[in-house]
Each structure stands twice: as C-alpha cells, then as structure tokens.
Design a protein around this ligand. Structure first.
Ligand code: NAG
Ligand code: NAG
Ligand code: NAG
Ligand code: NAG
Ligand code: NAG
Length: 322
C-alpha cells in the first residue's frame, strides 16, 4: 500500500507542467564573455557576446559578404521578416522574428517569437550579441525597446520566472569562464541569495551602493552604479575609480575612462556595501580576462548575480564553497 502511494505521488509530480531552467557554459574569448544560441528551424548555431546591459538578440546577417558566420533567414521555415532599414551608419539591418534557443544542445531553452536584429556588417568579435539587459531607448542597435528576451519567454509560458543568474569562476579554465542559468536562480554553483536590491532606475540594472573600501581607500557616500557582470571592467564615479586605481597602481587610458592593471600585481580585497550588507571581492577574483592587445588584466567580478527584471531587482549570492 505504501509503495502504491509512493508511485502515485511520483506519477503526479512528473505529470505537473515542467517549465525549464537551463544551464550553459559562459565562454571567454579575449575581452569578451560568450554563449551559444541558435536561431530558426532547423537550428543555426551562433557564438554570441553575452551582455547584461543592452537588450535584444543581434546577429550578423547573410547579406554581410565578409562576415565569417552569418544567419541565413531563407533557410529557416519559422522566420518572419518584419522590417528593413539602412540607417545604421549607412549599413543595412533587418528586423526579423523567429524561434531562438538559448544554450547549446541538449540544454536548449526554446523561445518562440523572438525579435532579432540582423546586421549587414561585422559589428562584433563574435557572431552577434545576446543582450539580456532591460528595455530601454538608445543603447546598442534598434531593438532595445522590445520586451527583454526572458520576459518574452515568461509571457509565453516557457519559463516560470524571467530570471537569469550569472556565475563566473575565479579562474577561467580553457576558455570556460562560468555558467549562465536561464529561468531561475543557479542553486548548483551559488549559495543562497544574500539579498535582493531594488533597481534605482527601471531601464537598467542600476542599484545604490552605500560605501566602498579598497586597501587604504574608503568612501562612505551613496552612489548608484550599473551592475554589468559581462563587462570586463568595474565602473564607478571617476573620483572613486581614480582613487582605487591609485591603490593598485592601475594605468588609465588617455581619457581616464578605463584602467588596467598588471596581471601579476598583488592587490587588496575590495568591499562594497549594498542595502546595509557588505560584499567582499577577494583580490584573486578581481582580475578579468587578459586583454588581447596588451599583457594587462581588466578588473572583474565575483558574486553570483541574479537578474530579476519581473521584480525590478538584482540579487547577490556567494559562489558555493566560499
Ligand atoms: C559553443 O558550441 C560549440 C559546439 O558547437 C562548443 O565547442 C563550444 O564549447 C560552445 N561554447 C560555449 C561557450 O558554450
Ligand atoms: C586593451 O588594451 C589596449 C591598450 O592598453 C586598449 O586600447 C584597449 O581598449 C584594451 N581593450 C580592452 C577590451 O580592454
Ligand atoms: C574572420 O575570422 C578570422 C579568423 O578568426 C579573423 O581574423 C577575421 O577578423 C574574421 N573576420 C571578420 C569580418 O569577423
Ligand atoms: C529606420 O530607422 C529609423 C531609426 O530607427 C526610424 O526612424 C525609421 O522610421 C526607420 N525606417 C523604416 C522604413 O522603418
Ligand atoms: C566619495 O564618493 C563620492 C560619491 O561618488 C564622490 O563624489 C567623492 O569624490 C568621493 N570622495 C573621494 C575622496 O574619493
């Protein structure tokens, strides 16, 4: 009797609608994080730059004669042409709609009716760009004002939550930089969520910091900052960044916009306060992928970031084992 009940319960559980949480590798090519996606029926696979600031899927189009790898919409039975325009610096771009899959087979998250910008020139170091940022005017390309890809997935019942999590490894191993989880919190690589912080603005992942300290430098004023796990640099108010750079002897570019630091440099840990909680980034987690054209490392990140556009908030968790 007991066995029977167990079987019935199991049967009920597996009959429940299963929505997907999909995990995939985040790859690293110099200066960029990349992920695989597919577009169309049958699938055409692309390695695209992962971006948490811009919004929308951009891909090099077949009409770009000198691009290495392009999307051929004529080979997709599910493709819909929406619009064509020539205003991107005189270059053509096409707006289309198709089914896409986030991920690499067999871990695919299919999202029907996704708007795609197909570009007629090689704009990227990769085949295209997967923008998982929020809806905003401006930014990159012409489709940034459409629904964010995972919100579109949620509206179509593909995922239970329009959330994604980014976990970056301390050390990149053979181009394997971390894991992206589409549709939920990454409970495999990340511990429990320490806190969620509401967004300070609704069109970007911008939150308020209330203090940082870095070696001999500390600043307790409150300021807002853009959290962009896919950027290979740490951003902040110029005076704060300049002071942090001074602590580690980082070298600015001509415009003092970017700093880079010697990959072998010994650097202090970095502590910042968000919503009354302190987060520490160890020195060994601060250096990002080596720059392709110089022997320098940009600053990088370490916490698991949980992007939750539905609730207009961003969560932080420590990677497991820390
Ligand atoms: C992308 O897919 C190719 C196989 O088609 C695989 O070799 C590569 O490791 C994948 N990269 C990432 C970042 O998943
Ligand atoms: C790499 O370093 C060069 C020289 O310092 C700099 O001009 C360029 O912007 C850097 N690229 C990245 C992706 O950081
Ligand atoms: C095509 O690939 C080659 C080899 O990786 C690279 O050197 C070249 O810049 C690429 N061309 C374009 C237009 O992306
Ligand atoms: C082309 O793009 C511009 C800028 O986004 C827009 O103002 C214009 O309406 C577009 N033209 C067509 C024919 O869609
Ligand atoms: C402290 O941070 C505030 C706000 O970002 C900034 O205006 C100020 O210049 C900083 N002070 C120092 C000494 O860096």
């Amino acid at each position: 009797m007991k066995l029977l009940w167990t079987l019935i319960l199991l049967g009920l559980t597996s009959a429940a609608p299963t929505k997907k949480i999909i995990q995939n590798t985040i790859g690293s090519i110099p200066g960029l994080y990349v992920v695989n996606v597919t577009i169309g029926t049958p699938n055409q696979q692309f390695l695209v730059q992962l971006d948490t600031y811009n919004n929308g899927l951009f891909v090099q189009d077949k009409s770009c004669g000198y691009c290495n790898h392009t999307f051929d919409s004529s080979k997709s039975s599910t493709y819909k042409f929406l619009n064509q325009n020539t205003s991107l610096g005189g270059n053509n771009y096409i707006i289309g709609q198709d089914i896409i899959n986030l991920g690499l087979s067999p871990n695919l998250l299919p999202i029907p009716n996704t708007i795609i910008e197909q570009d007629a020139m090689p704009l990227y170091y990769a085949d295209g760009l997967l923008g998982l940022g929020l809806q905003h005017d401006g930014g990159f390309g012409f489709i940034g004002n459409n629904l964010p890809i995972l919100v579109n997935a949620y509206n179509q019942g593909v995922v239970d939550q329009p959330i994604y999590t980014i976990y970056l490894r301390k050390n990149i191993q053979n181009g394997d930089a971390g894991v992206i989880t589409y549709g939920g919190v990454d409970s495999i690589n990340c511990g429990s969520v320490i806190a969620y912080q509401p967004l300070a603005k609704y069109d970007d992942y911008v939150i308020a910091f209330s203090g940082i300290s870095y070696g001999s430098y500390a600043n307790s004023s409150t300021y807002t900052t853009l959290v962009d796990s896919t950027s290979v640099s740490i951003g902040g108010p110029p005076s704060v960044i300049a002071n942090m750079a001074k602590v580690v002897g980082a070298i600015p570019d001509e415009g003092y916009l970017f700093y880079q630091v010697d990959c072998d440099k010994k650097i202090p840990s970095f502590t910042f306060t968000i919503g009354g909680k302190q987060y520490t980034v160890d020195s060994n987690q601060q250096l990002g992928p080596k720059n392709a054209t110089s022997n320098m490392c940009p600053f990088a990140k370490s916490y698991c970031n949980i992007y939750d556009p539905g609730n207009k908030r961003l969560g932080f968790a420590l990677p497991k084992g820390q």
